[in-house]
Design a protein around this ligand. Sequence first.
Ligand SMILES: Cc1cc2nc3c(=O)[nH]c(=O)nc-3n(C[C@H](O)[C@H](O)[C@H](O)COP(=O)(O)OP(=O)(O)OC[C@H]3O[C@@H](n4cnc5c(N)ncnc54)[C@H](O)[C@@H]3O)c2cc1C
Length: 449
Amino acid sequence: MSKRIVVIGSGAAGMSAASAARKASKDAEITVITEDEDIAYSPCAIPWGIEGRTGWDDIVMHDPEFYRQSRGIEVVIRTRVESVDGEKREVVAGGRTYPYDSLVVAAGGTVFVPPIEGKDLGNVFVVRTVRDGKNIQKALEGAENVVIGGAGVIGLELAVALRDMGKKVTVIEMMDQVIPRIADRDMADMVQMELESRGIEFVMKAPIQAVKGDGKVEAVTANGKDYPCDVMIFATGVRANLDIPKMLGLDIGQLNAVIASPTMNAYRRGRLVPDVFVAGDLVQCESAVMPGATMSQLGSTAVRQGIVAGTNAAGGKRVFGPVASPWVSMIGDLQIAGTGLSLGLASWYGIDVVCGKAEGLTRARYYPGGKPLTVKVLADRSTHRIVGAQIVAGEEATGRINWLTSAIVDGRTAESFLADSENAYCPPTSMVRDVVLAAVEDLCLKLSQ
Ligand SMILES: Cc1cc2nc3c(=O)[nH]c(=O)nc-3n(C[C@H](O)[C@H](O)[C@H](O)COP(=O)(O)OP(=O)(O)OC[C@H]3O[C@@H](n4cnc5c(N)ncnc54)[C@H](O)[C@@H]3O)c2cc1C
């Protein structure tokens, strides 16, 4: 009998798992169950979908019919999984029972909304799905003032999109800098200045206290002051969705996410569960920087984990390694990218770091169109290992942050990176000696002092 594989969730992790399972097994019966109405889309594009820069149909790449016809995968949409029985190996959803031989749990995350008065008023949103994006877009018709709660990357991407739509945008953040967890203040300040120059207002060090209104939001209170608004969006962080893992009794780690083996199997009471795989935002990963767990919660990580989980669910053999979690965002005219630890995360993990930094251009000085490029690299003071990096640039941040990510994952010291690293060059694409190398040279100098 062919193997029955059930995947819960149709996001980046779930659909990657289903497709990888099909590649690994021609005859497996593969069923994806999801409460979403749209599948196989990138939530990363939602801010631009709301703005209208990309169409909703462009974001959603395939529908269930595509998966049925071209990959032999059944996708059951608008159907919530109500229960899972790990002993009987059965999933119950929409009144039907789906028996499985292998189960992939890819139920993602949920937006954390602080438990405050008025959070359920009309025109108060979170942003996670295409449906959320469409609802926000509709509510914005005729709206003038928008408050965004949270100055993380998603909050800032939304702020720019809504400002470009002509809205008056106020971002309220409880910390004292934007992108507080994963970016350092000096790098984050460049981004905040760019956004302020576009007319976006920031209210910092201000935990949101209440959302006020009569049926619909009319104002948001922070630091004792009311900020009038017609639409409010919470972009206040993501938590692992543990409903299904708890039904299965899977082990939850210290970061309140599911513990997974390198094969993406889950554990129950410390023992590997051979027929249950997990992937995506509900999983805690092993860090490439220091021994221990970290949260990645990136689309790129979800796809990689999904491929490993799906392949192994179908009987294949793949492993998922430790992560540095490189990220990049386009915020206004600036790209900001990071990898590994920020100063804040390093201090949280108790790692004493030294920083090197350099500024230059994305092209040769004489070549037209070059944009400013700032690179910062962090190393462990005692081992000299590179543990993190951040880039703010007018263009071309992605390749550079990926380069530094490889250095982190390979455990390179600043000195060995400087000695061995080469950069490709031509005047329209970089300086002859890339700014990354200048930053690492500065780092080596500081480490030697
Ligand atoms: C606005 C936005 C911008 C982002 N930008 C970036 C970016 O630029 N780069 C990047 O790398 N990452 C980005 N991310 C993060 C990235 O989108 C997520 O890390 C990724 O989508 C996680 O994928 P996932 O499959 O784990 O979860 P999800 O995409 O959340 O999928 C979870 C799935 O599980 C289903 N589900 C949950 N519970 C049940 C149940 N009980 N029954 C049935 N189905 C269920 C849901 O319906 C959904 O289909 C962004 C996220 C957002 C929201």
